[in-house]
Design a protein around this ligand. Structure first.
Ligand SMILES: [Mg+2]
Length: 275
């Protein structure tokens, strides 16, 4: 490919591809992956709109990876998101499962839900609740009964909220733990990843990303901690983020660099400590 250079009015010299496009040719990408939540972020009312899929396709064409990070169990995700193969990998069950859609392969990252807890939830007549490969899921206001049951049975399980959803998982399993393993498999560092979400269960994985973004409909606490608060909601917000990644690889976000370094240092510490 031929490359020509162009001097802009601000004095910067930019290389132009083939001299035909006025888009700057970014030689080295800082951000190699987008990690996105599903419900309330990529999807509205459970479904992903066509323009959002087009934006994800453009991101893939740039060589970047797409990681879907969701609290959903795979069967229910597949029932609403037929285009899941647009993603390189899905972190499902809030970090308990990795699903590789193009290979239709699954990796279970945590222990199965304890039978004693399942039986206890049946005995307490908690409805509805679902049993995944690693997750037990129900809805508010059952969290107090569930927490009592966990304590009574002497389990180390934790409760994670996602708006009205109540998720029960083994200790230490969350969206961040699942995302770290997914990125390791892809050979991408957390600091090279841009995360986007909308709710409580997204805090962990957004904190683990080099740059974090919140869609306009996100909970206020999530917006407060995010590096970027998007001006549009749900998938439209994600489209805006994708366009910024494609436009300048988020180079306009200079202040996020220390955060990316902190993420790398934390990951290095965990490697050394064998966590
Ligand atoms: Mg969500």
């Amino acid at each position: 490919m031929t490359t020509e250079r162009s001097v802009h009015h601000d004095g910067t010299v930019r290389a132009l591809r083939g001299g035909k496009s006025d888009k700057p040719f970014v030689k080295r990408m800082n951000y190699l992956a987008l990690a996105t939540d599903y419900d309330g972020t990529l999807a509205k009312d459970g479904h992903v709109e066509t323009p959002v899929l087009h934006a994800l396709n453009r991101l893939r064409s740039s060589g970047r990876k797409i990681v879907l990070v969701t609290g959903r169990e795979m069967p229910e995700l597949l029932s609403v998101f037929a285009e899941v193969a647009i993603c390189d990998v899905v972190v499902a069950e809030n970090g308990g499962v990795l699903h590789w859609p193009r290979e239709q392969r699954e990796e279970v990252l945590a222990e199965s839900p304890p039978e004693s807890l399942v039986q206890e939830l049946v005995r307490l007549d908690i409805k509805p609740f679902s049993v995944g490969r690693t997750i037990l899921a129900t809805w508010r206001p059952h969290e107090t009964k569930v927490l009592d049951a966990i304590q009574r049975l002497g389990l180390e399980h934790q409760i994670i909220f996602n708006k009205r959803a109540v998720m029960i998982l083994p200790g230490g399993v969350n969206k961040a733990s699942g995302l770290r393993i997914a990125l390791e498999r892809l050979g991408i560092k957390p600091g090279q990843t841009v995360g986007v979400g909308d709710a409580e269960n997204d805090h962990a994985f957004l904190d683990a990303c080099g740059v974090s973004a919140a869609v306009d409909n996100a909970l206020p606490a999530l917006k407060d901690r995010a590096d970027i608060v998007l001006t549009k909601d749900h998938g439209q917000g994600v489209i805006g983020l994708v366009e910024r990644m494609l436009d300048d690889d988020l180079q306009s976000l200079g202040p996020c660099v220390p955060r990316a370094e902190a993420v790398e240092r934390a990951a290095e510490f965990e490697r050394i400590a064998g966590l």
